[in-house]
Design a protein. Structure first.
Length: 186
């Protein structure tokens, strides 16, 4: 039974009490009517008084019985309401405890995810650092190789230039000799 059911039950109980008050007014009016009827009835006085006493006791007993029933009903309803309030309070406490546990679990999950992300970033940074170092080493090695290749190329070019110089001297010498031979022939 939820809080709204409890409030609805209280509303119905208030309506029952109002009906009970109205019924007691009707019974009281009927009792006074009965009493008036007995007083004005054509009987002898002693018998009328005995009837009045008897009817008064009946009405009083009836009123006491109704009052006891009403008190019992009210007490039972109060017990039910108290029990319902306790149950609702217990349910709310359990819900709050469950929500608190869920929140704590969510916080732990978030912490674990943050830690994992931190470790991934840290590992990524270390990998990046290693990559930068390796790239730096590779650039140095490549520069060294290029320098050596340039030196080697320069030596080869120098050799080629000297060979070409020698070849050019030989060609010039041969051409000079041919020209001189031709000049002598003519």
């Amino acid at each position: 039974m939820g809080l709204f059911d409890y409030l609805e039950e209280k509303k119905r109980e208030a309506i029952r009490r109002r009906h009970l008050r109205e019924a007691s007014k009707i019974l009281t009016g009927a009792a006074f009517g009965l009493l008036g009827g007995i007083l004005f009835a054509p009987q002898e006085g002693k018998k009328t008084r005995e009837d009045i006493v008897k009817k008064s006791k009946d009405v009083a007993d009836n009123a006491v019985s109704v009052a006891k029933d009403t008190a019992d009903t009210i007490q039972f309803k109060a017990y039910q309401a108290g029990d319902q309030v306790k149950k609702t309070y217990t349910d709310l406490r359990e819900r709050v405890a469950n929500k608190k546990e869920d929140l704590e679990d969510d916080v732990e999950v978030a912490k674990a995810k943050a830690k994992a992300i931190g470790e991934i970033v840290k590992a990524g940074a270390e990998d990046l650092k290693d990559d930068v170092k390796n790239t730096k080493d590779e650039v140095k090695e490549t520069a060294k190789n290029i320098k050596e290749d340039i030196k080697e190329g320069a030596k080869d070019i120098k050799k080629e230039a000297e060979k070409s110089k020698e070849d050019a001297k030989d060609t010039v010498k041969e051409t000079k000799e041919k020209v001189e031979k031709e000049a002598k022939k003519n």
